[in-house]
Structure formats: structure tokens, C-alpha cells
Ligand binder design. Structure first.
Ligand code: 5RP
Length: 225
């Protein structure tokens, strides 16, 4: 019988847990992402929680779920060394460039990932794409800059749509940018960051993932290292 998407997410979450148990020194601090795949990972991490010192959460939702399992969560400012950050993605290429932020946690995700030695992306095979941009690209904006940023994004060829009724953990808004086919992810990431009022965009290409664990019906494939 074909595996469901949730079964694939569960399988990749287990593979990430096993990777940590085998490769990350005992007593490490682990960065943890946001979303449904990250949630499966959190549930798996609970089984090896005695091996890790603590975690850093990329959202309030993740913090709540980690603490629900009795896993310690610390403030990123207390952390100087974090070997790995584990998170999902909305899209990822074979070069391990990603679109993230479907759950709206992109800014904290990018910050926690920046501190980590290695970004481990956990996905089911539906997320692997040739070109990024079919999934609307989330851009977090300061509320007073919303209309200006939207006009500037239109000049770059995107169609921004305000995520209605949504406020980020940082008190900002999300514009989801439709109609993109992103040929140069790192260049476009940098260009969007130049627009005044943009806090973060959901392209993770200047710093992409280091290792992709990709769940397929034939098992979990590894790309990168
Ligand atoms: O970037 C994210 C949240 O901001 C998630 O990693 C991304 O949306 C993937 O989520 P899921 O695992 O639920 O498909």
C-alpha cells in the first residue's frame, strides 16, 4: 500500500533522530524548526532527550511542543555552539536551496539556522523541485511598510498577497509572493533583502541546507552531507 504523506514525514523524522543519535555529540544543543514535519521530528526527539542538553525553538508553537515533551528550551542568546538545526521546507532544489515560511516562522528559522553548524532539512519527496517559486514565497514585513514593499516586489515581477489575519511571532505581516520562477535564488534573496521594510524573505539560498533527508516510498534518501 502507498505511504501517506504523514507516514513519509514520520519516516524522515525518525531518520533525523537517528542521525542525531549517531552523529551529534552527547550534551549538544539542537535547533528545532517549525511546521508539520518538524512536529514529527520533535515527537521523535523526545525518545533521545536524555542525550541532548537543550534545544532552541524557531517559534512559539515549537517551543510549546518541545516543552510538552519535557525537552528543555533555551534562549538563542545563551547559545554559542549548536551543531545542528533540523527543519522542513516548502520547496527544495537538488542544490539544497529552499523556500521556507509556509508556517510564517521564517525569520526565527533563519536566525536559529545561522547559528547552527549544519542545517538538516527534513522533507517528503513532494517538496523536491527543479525551480523554486511555485510555492508562494513568504516575505515578512514591518506593518507600516506593507504597501511600499508590495509595490517594490511587483517591480521585480512578483504578485504579493497579504496573508490575511496572520501576525508573525515578531508582530509583523507576511506577503506571499506568487508568480515567481526563481532562476537565481541567492541573487533574488539578496535583492529582496535590499527593500526597506523587509525583515526576512523565505529564500534560504545564500545559506541553504547542508544535508537533505528526503522521504520516498523506497526509503529516506540523503543528499549533501
Ligand atoms: O518554513 C516552515 C515554517 O515557517 C516549514 O518548515 C515549512 O512550511 C514546511 O512545513 P511542513 O513540514 O508543514 O510542510
Amino acid at each position: 500500500m502507498a505511504m501517506t504523506q504523514d507516514e513519509l514525514k514520520q519516516a524522515v523524522a525518525r531518520a533525523a533522530r537517528d542521525y542525531i543519535a549517531a552523529n551529534v555529540p552527547a550534551g549538544s544543543i539542537i535547533g528545532v524548526g517549525t511546521g508539520s514535519t518538524a512536529n514529527f521530528f520533535i515527537d521523535e526527539l523526545a525518545a533521545v532527550k536524555d542525550r541532548i542538553a537543550a534545544t532552541v525553538a524557531s517559534s512559539e508553537a515549537t517551543k510549546k511542543r518541545l516543552e510538552g515533551h519535557g525537552i528543555k528550551v533555551v534562549d538563542l542568546n545563551e547559545v554559542t555552539s549548536m551543531p545542528v538545526y533540523v527543519d522542513g521546507a516548502d520547496e527544495i532544489t537538488g542544490n539544497l536551496e529552499m523556500v521556507k515560511g509556509g508556517g510564517g516562522a521564517l525569520t526565527r528559522e533563519k536566525i536559529v539556522a545561522a547559528v547552527a553548524g549544519k542545517f538538516i532539512c527534513v522533507c517528503d519527496q513532494s517538496k523536491l523541485v527543479g525551480t523554486l517559486g511555485k510555492f508562494p514565497l513568504p516575505v515578512e514585513v514591518i506593518p507600516m511598510a506593507r504597501a511600499y514593499v508590495a509595490r517594490e516586489i511587483e517591480k521585480l515581477g512578483g504578485k504579493p498577497k497579504l496573508r490575511e489575519g496572520f501576525t508573525t511571532d515578531n508582530g509583523n505581516l507576511i506577503l506571499d509572493v506568487h508568480g515567481l520562477a526563481i532562476a537565481d535564488p541567492a541573487g533574488f534573496e539578496t535583492k529582496l533583502n535590499q527593500i526597506v521594510g523587509v525583515v526576512t524573505n523565505g529564500l534560504f539560498a545564500c545559506r541553504g541546507a547542508d544535508l537533505l533527508l528526503l522521504a520516498t516510498p523506497d526509503g529516506v534518501r540523503q543528499m549533501g552531507k
